[in-house]
Design a protein. Structure first.
Length: 208
């Protein structure tokens, strides 16, 4: 059992590192980048670690690096579909990351998602996403961040997919100006997978 806990810890740390560094894409994607100074770039781009993006006008152009902290909005185009990201500063980790906006309001909700496979090291599959010895298992993780109107940073609140900070504790602290919502959270009427409903309740039912 001690060995299993060690393997679980290694997996959790590797996923945390993945989120802190974001995804480095091997392929360029068609994008539109809006910088904080109002300038706009259209062309091809890919994320480069957690601090930079690489951009070029077309496939034959030389790539240039830009700092994420200078980016306001980042649009990616997949098969005719446009996906919008906001570049936001995470207070806890002091990093800028690209996030999708899920809910806009007094409190806005943002998400970073990832999915894939890892080779399980446990003794048989389980709900934490660990397969049997040497066997691959899939995982899907979404990390959620909250931003209040008037603040220029986001707070990490929870993740789905097997690990997270204490949702009841941190959600109760964040929404402490709305006692009736805190009561629902503490009574587990809202769980971490229902963070969207929590934010909607705050924006519509809580007065400040």
């Amino acid at each position: 059992m001690a060995l299993l806990k060690i393997y679980r810890l290694i997996f959790i740390l590797s996923i945390c590192l993945f989120f802190n560094n974001q995804i480095t894409y091997s392929q360029y994607t068609r994008v539109k980048i809006v910088f904080k100074d109002g300038s706009i770039l259209k062309g091809l781009s890919k994320k480069k670690g957690s601090h930079q993006i690489k951009f070029k006008k077309d496939r034959s152009s030389k790539a240039k690096k830009y700092q994420l902290k200078d980016v306001d909005e980042y649009f990616e185009y997949y098969y005719g579909k446009k996906v919008r990201f906001k570049c936001l500063y995470i207070k806890e980790s002091r990093k800028h990351l690209l996030m999708q906006e899920v809910i806009k309001g007094k409190v806005s909700l943002y998400i970073i998602g990832a999915s894939g496979q890892h080779v399980g090291m446990g003794f048989g599959g389980n709900s934490d996403g660990f397969g049997g010895i040497g066997g691959p298992s899939s995982f899907s993780i979404e990390s959620y961040y909250l931003k209040r109107n008037g603040e220029d940073y986001v707070h990490y609140i929870t993740s789905t997919g097997g690990f997270s900070r204490n949702f009841i504790k941190y959600a109760s602290e964040f929404f402490n100006d709305c006692p009736k919502l805190v009561e629902k959270i503490k009574k587990k009427e809202y769980k971490k997978r229902e963070i969207r409903e929590v934010v909607k309740f705050y924006n519509t039912d809580c007065k400040k």
